[in-house]
Design a protein. Sequence first.
Length: 234
Amino acid sequence: MLVRDFNELPERMKTPQVKAYYDMLGEKRTALFFKRFFDVVFSLLLLVVLSPAMAVIALLVKLDSKGPVFFRQRRVTANLRVFGIFKFRTMIAGTGDAGPLVTAEGDSRITSVGRKLRPLHLDELPQLLNVLLGDMSFVGTRPEVEKYIHSYTEEMYATLLLPGGMTSTASLLFWDEARLLKGAEDTERAYTEGILPQKMLHNLQYMRDYTFFGDIKILLGTLFARRKRGSGNG
């Protein structure tokens, strides 16, 4: 996982603010190599180990409502590259883009099975394939839809020096994002003007402090938090 030459970055990223983060990452090339090595090995391992559970989830999604098992949405990853993120479908087919691109608690588009999968992020298990392909990493800024990238400040673009992640410090702190958005008159505005800037403060701090073992700590924290929420204790 090597950051490309600064002069090869998209024009929107060739700013002094991004360059400062680029220089910091340039001193961590060994750690970034192991980050990608870890992503490949463990995403492949988990896809094999979790395949029975994923097959059961796929069956439940199919039986619960009409439509495809998987939902693919255009997201933005490193160097402003657009890719299709994999998820188990948790909304009524055809409604994913027919409304806000972020979902609040109680969103009527969510299916019965979707309401079970979302709190534990089980709908995101197919993103292991995105990690294996290099579209994403286990840890990193959650990849946003193209629409929200346009609200980024020049400094926020620095988070796009690395692939988006399945989890992050921001993900742990804002795990109840849907609840925070509940009741908002304009869900997307509440997200882009309220929640997104706060999340990006933590994402930028992650970029500044990045270490390979820091990623392991975030992964362990994610597993512990989801296990705790799954047991009903949090």
